[in-house]
Design a protein around this ligand. Structure first.
Ligand code: ADP
Length: 513
């Protein structure tokens, strides 16, 4: 039977777990793909934003270039500095040089000593000059290109190297000296703040020193998700982060939610499966126990029946010579008939109990009277089997309101069991007493005892302990379930104290009156 339930349990478990696990694996796999898809589209979006910021600063540079061209094209004698020098305080100076890179002209100078920057032009390395000339060549061929160079001595400044080509004038290189931080705040900040909105955080930082130059909201550089170079801000990078957390965090959270939901579902399904398997197992056990019961009960019937028929036949054939022998055989026949009727009664009681039809007739009596009656009727039978009864009863009557027959049947059941499950020490002690708000009858034996794990199960119908000498002892497995039913119907309880090999005490507790 164990094998049967195990295979049912395994197939049920497989049926339940297989689809759940397959779905879970599928879900985890697609989560990973979704995450990749989301990450890549998110990254390209971030790159586009950085690109637009770069493009914006390029547009500004070109617009300043156009203003410089206008400046050179203006015919008036005393030329005013172009508008952008007044508009942007980040512009610290504007100088121009011609294609030979040696004529220097200061168009505008703020408080900062731009003369130093003139020296920068004159001290320009050959490589730098080549780059500048290249820009001029681009310009001549109609393609405007601008470069941003870091200041060789002052990290807070940088240059725009911007070729311009005014009509009627020789092409020139415009060098705009800019303050890095002010440039970011005046030129880029409005654009950054607008684009960031409530979704993004932007930060511009110095690539070499890893120092933040501006952030739309406080954020650590290491937390930025997409970091790219700014074309027109030397040594500077711009990074972006989602205000509400990274995409991987979203996907991670979703994965966790999916896992938690599936985990809980799995637990629920397993619990359901566990209970289903348990009840199937129980049903199978009951079916098995019923089959055992039929076998046992048939056996229980066969022994007294064969004894009755054997001794009745002996008597009928006149083989019992003496009166003494005859009386002995009559006694055996009577005893076995009693045993049969007891068996039939207990089966009838059990079936009444099962169908809920068993009625109890309550009356008041003392437990001492009940015990004494049982001892009187039972002592002879017990002594014949080699048992000694010890009876311990208090003097004060222990009154109960109970069904006399049902209670005495229960105590007899316990005494029977005590005798059945005793081996060498054939001693039964029957006592009665008071315990808290209960009075009790206890039956104690020095028999095989009951293991702790079996103490509850022995009250289940048809249950018989499958170890010890129980297989050699006849029984139906319904005795204790009848006792349990009777005591429950009286609002009482049963206590069992037992240790394997040492014996057992069964205590029936009933309400005091
Ligand atoms: P049975 O007809 O098998 O005795 P019961 O319902 O009376 O059925 O008892 C159930 C099982 O409890 C028994 O099969 C036996 O294993 C165990 N049991 C009952 N009483 C005792 C006892 N006094 N000592 C040891 N085991 C007992």
């Amino acid at each position: 039977m164990k094998n049967k339930t195990t295979s049912i349990a395994l197939s049920l478990l497989f049926l339940i777990l297989a689809p759940v696990i397959v779905f879970l694996l599928y879900e985890l796999n697609t989560t990973d793909e979704n995450e990749k898809l989301l990450q890549s589209s998110y990254r390209s979006q971030l790159s586009t934003i950085i690109y637009s910021v770069n493009q914006f600063s390029l547009d500004i540079a070109y617009s300043w270039g156009r203003e410089m061209e206008n400046y050179y094209q203006a015919k008036s004698g005393a030329k005013a500095a172009p508008r952008f020098t007044g508009l942007y305080s980040c512009v610290k100076g504007v100088l121009t040089v011609d294609s030979t890179l040696d004529k220097e002209n200061i168009i505008y100078s703020s408080a900062l000593p731009v003369s130093r920057d003139i020296a920068f032009v004159s001290q320009m390395s050959e490589a730098a000059k080549v780059r500048v000339r290249k820009l001029l060549n681009y310009q001549k061929s109609g393609y405007q290109k601008v470069e941003a160079w870091g200041h060789p001595k002052n990290d807070s400044l940088f240059y725009y190297i911007l070729p311009v080509n005014p009509v009627d004038e020789t092409p020139k290189i415009v060098i705009i000296v800019l303050d890095r931080k002010q440039y970011i705040r005046q030129v880029l900040r409005p654009q950054l703040d607008r684009t960031a909105g409530s979704f993004f955080i932007f930060e511009i930082f110095n690539e070499t020193t890893q120092q933040s130059l501006y952030a739309t909201s406080p954020v650590a550089i290491k937390d930025l998700e997409n970091v790219e170079k700014l074309w027109l801000l030397p040594d500077c990078k711009m990074g972006i982060k989602l205000r509400t957390g990274a995409v991987s965090e979203f996907v991670g959270k979703r994965t966790v939610t999916v896992l938690v939901i599936f985990g809980s579902l799995l637990v629920l399904v397993c619990l359901g499966g566990f209970f289903a398997i348990r009840s199937v197992r129980k049903e199978l056990m009951v079916a098995q126990m019923k089959a055992d019961f039929v076998a046992n009960i048939s056996h229980e019937f066969r022994t007294p029946l064969s004894l009755i028929s054997m001794f009745a036949e002996t008597l009928e054939l006149g083989r019992a010579r003496t009166e003494e022998k005859k009386n002995e055989y009559y006694a055996i026949i009577y005893g076995e008939a009693q045993r049969l009727s007891k068996l039939v009664n207990s089966i009838l009681n059990f079936s009444h109990m099962e169908s809920g039809k068993r009625a109890f007739h309550f009356k008041e009596f003392s437990l001492q009277d009940l015990v004494n009656d049982i001892i009187r009727a039972y002592q002879f039978h017990a002594q014949q089997k080699g048992f000694t009864f010890t009876v311990q009863l208090p003097e004060t009557p222990l009154m109960v309101n109970a069904d006399y027959d049902a209670l005495s049947e229960s105590v007899i059941n316990l005494i029977d069991n005590g005798m059945k499950y005793s081996t060498d020490v054939k001693k039964i002690t029957i006592s009665a007493g008071v315990k808290q708000s209960f009075v009790f009858i206890a039956v104690e034996d020095a028999g095989i005892g009951i293991a702790a794990g079996e103490k509850k199960k022995i009250f289940e119908k048809f249950y018989r302990v499958s170890t010890g000498n129980v297989h050699t002892v006849k029984g139906s497995g319904i005795g204790l379930s009848i006792v349990d039913h009777v005591i429950s119907a009286h609002g009482g309880k049963i206590e069992v104290e037992s240790e394997p090999g040492k014996g057992s005490i069964f205590r029936l507790l009933l309400k005091k009156i």
